[in-house]
Design a protein around this ligand. Structure first.
Ligand code: URA
Length: 197
């Protein structure tokens, strides 16, 4: 069952959603996190990027994708003219994670944790109203598309999540281990960028 706290996210505006995430105790990760990681970027960004969960750096800094995987992600986004800085919404991304809290030792999210945190991600998408969602890695895909299919099979076509075009790609941490797949990920980002035009 989805805990009541996160389900109540449906009616929250952006500041209230931030507060709800910061105070969330809907799953056991609240016992081990240093802090929650809400997400970063423009709240009206045209592109929304969804990763897996905070790692050690993110848990310390309170911002998503600030470690090595994040640097790769930022470089790829920058090559498309996108960033998480101060630009207009069309040149911005909002970066969120499927889980807002770091799993201990970066273990995989559990189904219960994904279910508990999902309403927050849903509400973020509903409020940002992006033109495209870039779902990176299997847990973002599981949470948004409810699919267990491998990334290699889901990438390359445009899916939809509640009407919003959704592009699936490899997680940047995976690309650091498998650089040969970077070219495919680049194609995926270009596909997402086409939907922004
Ligand atoms: N990996 C993720 O999925 N998210 C982060 O914020 C950092 C690394």
């Amino acid at each position: 069952a989805v805990p009541a706290m996160a389900t109540a996210a449906d009616h929250l505006d952006w500041p209230a959603l931030r507060e709800a995430v910061a105070g969330c105790r809907a799953c056991g990760l609240c016992e081990t996190r240093r802090q929650t990681v809400f997400g970063t970027g423009h709240p009206q960004a045209h592109c929304m990027v969804v990763g897996e969960a905070p790692g050690e750096q993110e848990d310390m800094q309170g911002e998503p994708f600030v470690g090595a995987a994040g640097q790769l992600l930022d470089r790829m986004l920058a090559a498309l003219g996108l960033g998480r800085g101060e630009a207009a919404p069309a040149q911005q991304v909002f970066i969120a994670n499927t889980l807002k809290c770091r799993p201990p030792r970066n273990r995989n999210p559990s189904p219960e944790e994904l279910a508990a945190c999902r309403p927050f991600l849903m509400r973020q998408v509903a409020l940002v109203q992006p033109r495209v969602i870039l779902a990176m890695g299997r847990f973002a895909v599981q949470s948004l598309l409810d699919s267990d299919a491998p990334i290699g099979r889901l990438r390359g076509t445009v899916h939809r999540w509640q009407g919003v075009p959704l592009v699936v790609t490899y997680h940047p941490a995976y690309l650091l281990r498998q650089p040969a797949d970077k070219a495919k990920a680049w194609d995926d980002l270009c596909l997402a960028a086409e939907l922004l035009a």
